[in-house]
Each structure stands twice: as structure tokens, then as C-alpha cells.
Design a protein around this ligand. Structure first.
Ligand code: SAM
Ligand code: SF4
Length: 328
């Protein structure tokens, strides 16, 4: 266990069709959501178990009020070497300075398309220009590195892969292309909509020759590539067609305090109740450590084995926790 992804809220100001296609949703009650003090305490426990990297996510993390004060608190946790954030960028313009001052350097901003109408279509609520303004505000403020997450959906935006690469090379952002995955239960995922890592690589390499660098720390979800002309890097996350379960060191904490050991899990372990019932740090450490040691998740491996062998794989028969709840 090296990386902890903390979902700070299940709420979101977008409704991306591949993630959160519901108009209305039963949101977590406020009292169920971990307080910043509880998150900080848990971060200390996780750190004592080997976690050195934290990523704040959601839902949309920037809709959680005063998020910068959580960043500041987490920056003091011994053993945490790296804090990062994944955001849709809509509120980044107004928060970048505070987040930077609190100690945040590394961010990922999700932008799947550079066409305003398409952006509105996929996010159902987002405004591309506002997100781009936030992205450049973060860059001007001095955040580095800034990566752009782009989910590629066949028939929707694969025709923009090279435009996104060019945008990244021009402005100094590393693009992270992500294979479209069957997260949650409502996005209607089918394999044919996944534009594969291999296809992305061939397309990019033909225009901007690349060299593979590998996975950061040998366990990162993205495989990194470097442009041969020195124009920067791109990363590709191929969790559908090149699953990496065997090297996964990530665990997740939902906004209501459930420990979830896989992005495709059906349930989590309720750490919050244990904590609110008076568990000591030693109790929490023991409980969390046991869960991690006992985990046997390899969902993406299994899905790929089914898909390759022609054995039927039916996403709807596997009830996963929604992405906005468990934190992407
Ligand atoms: N709201 C923030 C955002 O959009 O960046 C953080 C949470 S979001 C769940 C985290 C990442 O998961 C985003 O980059 C998003 O594009 C990605 N994501 C969501 N649904 C996905 C799917 N079905 N397949 C691949 N990536 C997905
Ligand atoms: Fe919200 Fe992010 Fe999911 Fe889009 S991908 S609906 S911005 S949580």
C-alpha cells in the first residue's frame, strides 16, 4: 500500500456521461462525510502502514469548502511525500492560489475535448473556457507538473487525440489518455467504445515519435512516453486492455469513510464507524492493515481474461460502487 486516494465529497458540478450520468442522485448526508480532522487522522494511520502519496479526488474535490485547509493539514503528516489533486477544473481559477499556498503542487485537470460544444455534451454542465482559464491560472500560479486527463471514447473524441497532444506540447502540459472503463453501473460501457492504449500509441507515434519510459515507481496506472524531439511526455492508462492489477499499490477512502481496495469493488470497509465508536490509532492500523493484506482484487485482470476468451462479460451483473463515491 503506497498510494491513498481520498474522495473528499461525492458531489459534483458536472454530470460526465461516462462517470455520473444521473441528473439527481441520493447524495451522502453531510454528517456521514469525513471531517477534515478525521481525514488527517486517517492519513497518519495510512502513512504508518506505508502510504507516501495522497491524491484528493471525488466527486469534484473543489466543491468541498475550504479544501486548501485540508491540503495544509495533510502537508504536515510525517511520511507523506506527495499530495496531488484530480479536478474537473471548473473552480480552479478561484482556488489555485490558495491551494498552492497550502502546499499543493501537482494537479490533474480532466479535459476530454477542446471543442466547446463537445465539452458541454460530455460533461452536460461544464464550460470549456472556464476550465481552460482555471488550467492556465494554475500554471501561472506556479503549479507543476500539471497533467491533463482525457478519457478516450470511440466514436466520440478519438479524432482529438492529436489535437490534445499538440495542446499539451504547446503549453507544457502532460496529457494522460485514459481508456474508457466500465466504472459504476450507469454509463452503458461496452468494449467496442474503448479506444485501446495500443491504438492511441500508434496514432500518436505516427505523428510525434515516442519512446517508452515505463510506469512511475513501477506501479503507476499510466505508462509514460517521451517525445523523441524533446517536446515533453504523454501517459496512457490502459486499464481495460492492459490491466495492471498485479502491481497495484492504490487504495481508496470514500467521502463517507469506507476503505475500498479496488476501483471496481462492490463494497468497502467502514473505517469511519470504527473511528467514531472510539477506536484507537492502533486499532485502526490493525484493521486497515488486515484488509490490505487480505485483499485479492484483480478485477481488471479477470475482466480482460473474460473478454479475450470470449466468455461472456456482462458489466450490469457486477454492481460496482459509483466512481463519484469511491474517488477516481
Ligand atoms: N471530478 C474530478 C475530475 O473529473 O477530474 C475528479 C474525480 S473523476 C471520477 C477522476 C477521473 O476519473 C477523471 O479524470 C475522469 O475523467 C475519470 N473517469 C471517470 N469516469 C471514467 C470512465 N468511465 N473511464 C475512464 N475514466 C473515467
Ligand atoms: Fe464529476 Fe469528475 Fe465524474 Fe465528471 S468525471 S462527473 S467531473 S466526478
Amino acid at each position: 500500500m503506497r498510494d491513498l486516494r481520498i474522495s473528499v465529497t461525492d458531489r459534483c458540478n458536472f454530470r460526465c456521461k461516462y462517470c455520473m450520468p444521473f441528473d439527481e442522485y441520493t447524495w451522502m448526508a453531510k454528517k456521514e462525510v469525513l471531517t477534515f480532522a478525521e481525514i488527517e487522522r486517517l492519513a497518519r494511520v495510512f502513512s504508518s502502514l506505508g502510504v507516501s502519496q495522497l491524491r484528493l479526488t471525488g466527486g469534484e474535490p473543489l466543491v468541498r469548502r475550504e479544501l486548501h485547509s485540508l491540503v495544509a493539514a495533510l502537508s504536515t503528516v510525517p511520511g507523506i511525500e506527495d499530495i496531488s489533486l484530480t479536478t474537473n477544473g471548473a473552480l480552479l481559477g478561484e482556488q489555485a492560489q490558495d491551494l498552492l499556498a497550502a502546499g499543493l503542487r501537482r494537479i490533474n485537470v480532466s479535459i476530454d475535448t477542446l471543442r466547446p460544444e463537445r465539452f458541454r455534451e460530455i460533461t452536460q454542465r461544464g464550460d470549456l473556457q472556464t476550465v481552460l482559464d482555471g488550467l492556465f491560472a494554475a500554471q501561472r500560479a506556479g503549479m507543476r507538473p500539471i497533467k491533463i486527463n482525457a478519457v478516450v471514447i470511440r466514436g466520440f473524441n478519438e479524432d482529438e487525440i492529436l489535437d490534445l497532444v499538440t495542446f499539451g506540447r504547446t503549453h507544457g502540459f502532460e496529457i494522460r489518455f485514459i481508456e474508457y472503463m466500465d466504472v459504476g453501473n450507469a454509463n452503458g460501457w461496452t468494449l467496442d467504445k474503448t479506444y485501446t492504449k495500443r491504438e492511441m500509441l500508434e496514432l500518436i507515434h505516427a505523428r510525434f515519435p515516442l519512446r517508452e519510459i515505463g510506469r512511475a515507481g513501477n506501479s503507476a496506472p499510466a505508462v509514460d512516453y517521451e517525445f523523441l524531439d524533446g517536446g515533453g511526455r504523454v501517459g496512457i492508462i490502459g486499464s481495460v486492455t492492459e490491466p495492471f492489477c498485479s502491481s497495484c499499490t492504490r487504495t481508496r477512502l470514500t467521502a463517507d469513510g469506507k476503505l475500498v481496495t479496488c476501483l471496481f469493488a462492490e463494497t468497502g470497509f467502514d473505517v469511519k464507524t470504527l473511528m467514531r465508536q472510539g477506536a484507537t490509532d492502533a486499532d485502526l492500523t490493525e484493521a486497515i492493515g488486515k484488509i490490505w493484506v487480505g485483499r485479492s482484487d484483480r478485477f481488471s485482470d479477470i475482466r480482460w481474461e473474460h473478454l479475450q476468451s470470449g466468455t461472456e462479460y456482462r458489466p450490469e451483473s457486477h454492481k460496482k460502487i459509483e466512481m463519484i463515491t469511491l474517488g477516481g
